[in-house]
Design a protein around this ligand. Structure first.
Ligand SMILES: [Fe+2]
Length: 369
C-alpha cells in the first residue's frame, strides 16, 4: 500500500477546476476534468485519513514519477527474513550518534578538510524511519518502506541545493563566453571529479555481489553498463589537454566513494540507496554540462558527459534503485540505522558540493569582470 509523504501540500483553486501539489522537490498544477473530478476529490479528501481507499491509491500511483509516496510495510513474509542475521561489521551505536563519528569511521584522513559545511547533529529522525518501516509482529524492517521513505528524505536535502545545481550550467556558459581559458580550467577540475566517481564506482560496485547475492544478476548487468565511463571522462580530459593523474579529487568526493565502498561491502540496503543517490532522478533532454562544453572551442570535451548521459537514460539507470529494492530481504535495526545515517551524510555532502561549485564559478566571474 502506498502512503503519501506527510509534507505534501494539496490545495484546490478556481472553484476546484484545478489543484496544486507541493513537496520540497516538486510543484505541480493539475487541471481536473469533470469526469475525473469525483474520484480525485475523494482521493484528496481521504489522503491521510483513509489512505487504503482505492481512489487514494490510484491518485498516488498517478504521480509516481514525482515521488509523492512511500510504501507501507508489507506483512511478514518468511521468505524475506535474512538467513544469517549478520553480526554485522557495521558501526556501533556510538559511531552513529554524531555525523563526525561516522565520518571518522568511514575515512579518517579525509574528514579534516571538507569545504562543505555539515550540521554537527543528525537532522533526520531515526525513530521515525523505524516507525514507518517496522514489520508488524517481527523485529525486522521492510526494505521497500525504508528505501521509498529515504528517497523522499534525499530529495528533500537535494532540493535545498538544486537551485545551485540548476544554475551551474548557465554560470559556466557565462564564464565560457567571458574567459574561455578560465572556463576550461574549471571544467578540468569538474570532469576530474566525475572521473574519480566513475572509476571508483566500477571498482567498488562488485563488492556488493557477495552480501547482495540475491541481486547479483541486476548488479552485474548494471556494472557492465557502467564499465568504461571513466575512460569517457579520461578522453574528455584529454580533449582539454590534461589527464586524471594531473588533477586532484575533492576530499568530499573521495569520502563519498569511501562511503560507497562501505555500503557495497556491508549493507545491500545502503548500497541500493547510494545507487539511487548517484543515478539521480529524472533525466532531461540532454546533459547541461555536455551542452556547455560542446558550445566551446573544444567541443570534443563534451562527449564524455554526453555519452554517459545517453547510457543512463537509455538503460533507465534512475530505476535501478527500485529494481534492487525489490530484491532486498527484511532488514535488521542496525542496517536501517547505518543506512539512514550514511544517506543523510552523503546527501548533505552532495547538496553542499552543488553550492560550492556554483559559488566558485560566481567568484571567478566576479573577479574577472
Ligand atoms: Fe549510470
Amino acid at each position: 500500500m502506498l502512503l503519501p509523504y506527510s509534507n505534501m501540500l494539496i490545495e484546490w483553486h478556481s472553484g476546484q477546476e484545478k489543484f496544486t501539489l507541493n513537496l520540497p522537490w516538486v510543484s505541480l498544477e493539475i487541471e481536473v476534468t469533470s469526469e475525473d473530478h469525483h474520484w480525485v476529490k475523494v482521493a484528496i479528501d481521504n489522503l491521510y485519513q483513509d489512505s487504503a481507499k482505492e481512489e487514494v491509491q490510484k491518485f498516488l500511483k498517478f504521480f509516481e514519477e514525482y515521488n509523492v509516496y512511500y510504501i507501507k510495510p508489507r506483512h511478514h513474509k518468511d521468505s524475506l527474513i535474512p538467513l544469517t542475521p549478520e553480526k554485522e561489521k557495521l558501526p556501533n551505536k556510538q559511531t552513529l550518534d554524531l555525523p563526525i563519528n561516522l565520518i571518522h569511521w568511514i575515512s579518517d584522513p579525509y574528514s579534516l578538510s571538507f569545504e562543505v559545511e555539515l550540521a554537527s547533529e543528525w537532522q533526520w529522525d531515526l525513530e521515525e524511519i523505524y516507525k514507518i518501516s517496522a514489520v508488524e509482529g517481527s523485529p525486522y524492517f521492510d526494505p521497500l518502506s525504508v528505501v521509498s521513505f529515504l528517497k523522499g528524505k534525499m530529495l528533500e536535502i537535494d532540493a535545498q541545493g538544486s537551485h545551485y545545481r540548476q544554475g551551474l550550467p548557465g554560470l559556466l556558459d557565462e564564464l565560457r563566453k567571458s574567459d574561455e581559458a578560465k572556463f576550461f580550467a574549471f571544467m578540468r577540475t569538474l570532469i576530474k571529479q566525475t572521473h574519480y566517481i566513475t572509476q571508483h564506482f566500477q571498482q567498488y560496485s562488485p563488492l556488493s555481489l557477495k552480501p547482495f547475492a540475491h541481486a547479483s544478476e541486476e548488479i552485474k548487468q548494471f556494472i557492465a553498463e557502467e564499465r568504461g565511463h571513466d575512460k569517457l571522462m579520461e578522453a574528455s580530459l584529454g580533449a582539454l589537454g590534461t589527464s586524471p593523474e594531473e588533477l586532484d579529487p575533492f576530499q568530499e568526493i573521495v569520502f563519498l566513494m569511501e562511503g560507497f565502498r562501505k555500503a557495497a561491502e556491508l549493507s545491500p540496503l545502503a548500497f541500493t540507496l547510494m545507487i539511487g543517490f548517484f543515478e539521480g532522478e529524472n533525466y532531461g533532454y540532454s546533459d547541461p554540462l555536455a551542452d556547455v562544453l560542446k558550445a566551446s572551442s573544444k567541443p570534443k570535451a563534451g562527449l564524455g558527459y554526453e555519452r554517459h548521459f545517453e547510457i543512463n537514460k537509455s538503460e533507465n539507470h534512475n530505476q535501478v534503485i527500485n529494481n534492487l529494492a525489490e530484491k532486498l530481504n527484511l532488514q535488521t535495526k542496525n542496517q536501517v540505522a547505518f543506512t539512514t545515517r550514511l544517506l543523510e551524510l552523503i546527501s548533505a555532502i552532495g547538496s553542499g558540493l552543488d553550492k560550492i561549485l556554483a559559488t566558485q564559478v560566481e567568484n571567478i566571474l566576479l573577479s574577472s569582470s
